[in-house]
Design a protein around this ligand. Structure first.
Ligand SMILES: *Cc1c(COP(=O)(O)O)cnc(C)c1O
Length: 227
C-alpha cells in the first residue's frame, strides 16, 4: 500500500506541475468506504491523514475504532437531514450539501456544539437523474441562502461526473464546475470562501487537477477494488 500511495502522490504532483499549479494546493482524500480500520492504519503509516466516508453508520464505527489517531474525516456520500447531528460531530468537511433543508439541519446541529461546519455544495453538473446534487442555478441560490446560516461556511463545490472509461470525457464537467465556482466567487457572498473544488476519482483525477481540483477523492487506486 505504501508504494501505491507514493505512486498516486507522485501522479498528483506531476499533474499539478504539468499545468503550472502548486502541488501543495491539492489534497488527497483517501476514500475508505468498505475499507477496514486496519487498512486505514496502514494508509496512515504511509503518510495519509485525510479520509472520506460515504455512509454515516459505517464511518462512525470506524472513526471510533481508530480514535487514537488524529485524522481528518470528510463526508462524501448522500446525507439525510436526520443524520446531521452525527455528521457535524464526526466530519471536518461535508462535501455533499445539496438542499437548503439539509443545510438548515447541519447549521442547527453545528450551533448546538459551537462549531462552524465547513461544507461544499454538491452540484449535479451532468443532470443525470440518478445523481444527487443541485442544478447550477440552485447552487447559486443555495450559496446565497447559506449566508444566513451562521454556523456553516461554504468552502466550494463538489461534483461526481458520469463514469467514462476515457477520463478526457469527464473534462467538460470539471470545467463547468470550476466555472460555476468562479461565478459564485465573483459574487463575494458573506459566509462563502469558494476556494475548494472537490472533483476527480481513481479514473480521472489527473484531468480534474488540470481543471482546478483542490480535493481529489481516491479509493480504488489506494485500497484496491471494492467487492
Ligand atoms: C467511492 C467514491 C469515490 C472513490 O472512487 P474510486 O473510483 O474508488 O477512486 C469518490 N467519490 C465519491 C463520492 C465516492 O462515493
Amino acid at each position: 500500500m505504501k508504494e501505491r500511495i507514493a505512486h498516486i502522490l507522485d501522479k498528483i504532483r506531476r499533474a499539478a506541475v504539468s499545468c503550472g499549479r502548486d502541488p501543495n494546493s491539492i489534497r488527497l482524500v483517501a476514500v475508505t468506504k468498505t475499507v477496514s480500520p486496519e487498512e486505514i492504519r496502514q494508509a496512515v503509516d504511509a503518510g495519509l491523514r485525510v479520509f472520506g466516508e460515504s455512509y454515516i453508520q459505517e464511518a462512525m464505527t470506524k472513526i471510533d475504532a481508530i480514535a487514537d489517531m488524529r485524522l481528518s474525516w470528510h463526508f462524501i456520500g448522500h446525507l439525510q437531514s436526520n443524520k446531521a447531528r452525527y455528521a457535524v460531530r464526526c466530519f471536518d468537511l461535508i462535501h455533499s450539501v445539496d438542499s437548503l433543508h439539509l443545510a438548515q439541519a447541519l447549521n442547527r446541529e453545528a450551533k448546538k456544539i459551537g462549531k462552524i461546519q465547513n461544507i461544499l455544495i454538491q452540484v449535479n453538473i451532468s443532470g443525470e437523474t440518478t445523481k444527487s446534487g443541485t442544478g447550477e442555478e440552485e447552487a447559486i441560490f443555495l450559496a446565497k441562502s447559506i449566508t444566513d446560516l451562521k454556523n456553516l461556511s461554504v468552502q466550494g463545490l463538489m461534483t461526481l461526473p458520469p463514469y467514462f472509461d476515457q477520463p478526457e470525457k469527464a473534462r467538460p464537467y470539471f470545467k463547468a464546475l470550476a466555472d460555476l465556482n468562479y461565478q459564485i466567487q465573483q459574487q463575494s457572498i458573506p459566509g462563502t470562501d469558494m476556494n475548494e473544488l472537490s472533483m476527480g476519482m481513481t479514473g480521472d483525477f489527473e484531468v480534474a487537477i488540470e481543471e482546478g481540483a483542490t480535493l481529489v477523492r481516491i479509493g480504488t487506486a489506494i485500497f484496491g477494488d471494492r467487492t
